[in-house]
Design a protein around this ligand. Sequence first.
Ligand code: 3E9
Ligand code: MG
Ligand code: MG
Ligand code: MG
Length: 347
Amino acid sequence: MHPRHADIDVQTAAWAETFRIGSDDLRAKLVVQDIGTFSARILPEGKEEVVSLLADFVLWLFGVDDGHCEEGELGHRPGDLAGLLHRLIRVAQNPEAPMMTDDPLAAGLRDLRLRVDRYGTPGQTARWIDALREYFFSVVWEAAHRRAGTVPDLNDYTLMRLYDGATSVVLPMLEMGYGFELQPHERDRTAVRAAAEMASFIITWDNDIFSHHKERRSSGYYLNALRVLEEEGLSPEKALRTAIGQRDRVMCLYVRLAEQLSREGSPQLRQYVANLSSFIRGAQDWGISSVRYTTPDDPANLPPVFSDTPTDDRHEPLGIPAVDWWWDLVPAPARDLTAAPTAARTA
Ligand code: 3E9
Ligand code: MG
Ligand code: MG
Ligand code: MG
């Protein structure tokens, strides 16, 4: 965790008040959810100003995701939501445009954009805005399901979840945090993009597992991997075991791919992969500890520690067409030569 986590957490609460992010009720909840600490876990050795920037940005994202999508009226009106989100993109692109001048989220976004300019390159700023657009696009899809009361199938859900957890929009800030720029020819390599997608999958599947208690009890529509699996006919217990097995299998693949990329890549790529790993771990540590998901009055029965043994370590695609190609990128692990004579012959 970044050593300045406590101060950063206090500053983020103050930032939310200054810009009046979310309704008074929502803001009162967000400011005690350790969002500054979350950012300090994601960037343990990052530049303090960027840790603070990421913390404010994550709080802002919850202002959108909780305030407009999951708890607000627009979450049931995908067309109107798309309009609002397009206007916000314009504010991020051209903060000087006299638009949404009375809107607190727009004012907060203008401030974030100024700080992104200070710590990022023009290319990183552009990517941050593009990633914001892909996050917005996915929450509009989610809103269409919310309005219809439908649950997407596992393939559609996986595709949506690679973006609607807002994980990809954090990635440019990881580079800013450590003051480097991954060059496009490396970042856009299929294997490097796959590593980032795997990190998104793991972070959002973990979130779906940790936030299920909170989400299931919400009065309205909710969507997470457990609900998708239950909708496909699994019992709640089997859905939980399946989701954990899926994230473990992707985690095993991610670990192998991360090693491969770190071995063959530039120093910047090594740093990027290390950042993805810190993001995964930071999201886990925050997810099991924040009062967002569990409180003494309303415990979510989350694990206090993590296992280092996967429940499922098979090097085998999950049967989700949108991501099954991930397994083509990494050779299967060498078999244990002592396990069985057949294994020894084929190894
Ligand atoms: C997460 O999904 C929604 C994002 C907008 C939250 C902002 C967080 C990040 C950008 C960092 C990634 C961290 C994650 C995914 C926790 P969801 O299920 O709506 O989050 P919730 O907290 O309500 O379970
Ligand atoms: Mg959400
Ligand atoms: Mg949510
Ligand atoms: Mg969740």
